[in-house]
Design a protein around this ligand. Sequence first.
Ligand SMILES: [Fe+2]
Ligand SMILES: [Fe+2]
Length: 135
Amino acid sequence: MAIMIWNQSYSVGVQELDEQHKSLIRMINEMHYAMNNDKGQEAISSIVEQMFDYMELHFTTEEGYMQQYGYLGLQAHQRQHEEFRVKARDLRERVNAGEFVLSFEIVQFLSDWLQSHIMVTDKKYTSLFAEKGLS
Ligand SMILES: [Fe+2]
Ligand SMILES: [Fe+2]
């Protein structure tokens, strides 16, 4: 069973960003599946790497639009992305060192973080982007 499912209430009104959020949700579900089905360390490492790389791409995309349209909440938003990056770096290092087994708590943390980040923080830029005609 999926740990997280995208629905219209997650929409930030910009198709490219919605698609990226959907991909991130899909990757979290893949991690959840790998964990539940005792996939090996290598499979888990590769999903974790893929997810964090994609998260980086997504942050860069969002921050680029925020900069381009002069979003006033840019710095606070970037701080949240940065906090996530610090956490992700630590997880990634531990996974790569082979000392880390993907746990339900980690998958739950990622899915909770993403859900609240989209619903609270990302949603704040929707009105500005809509005003600027980004869709
Ligand atoms: Fe986002
Ligand atoms: Fe964001």
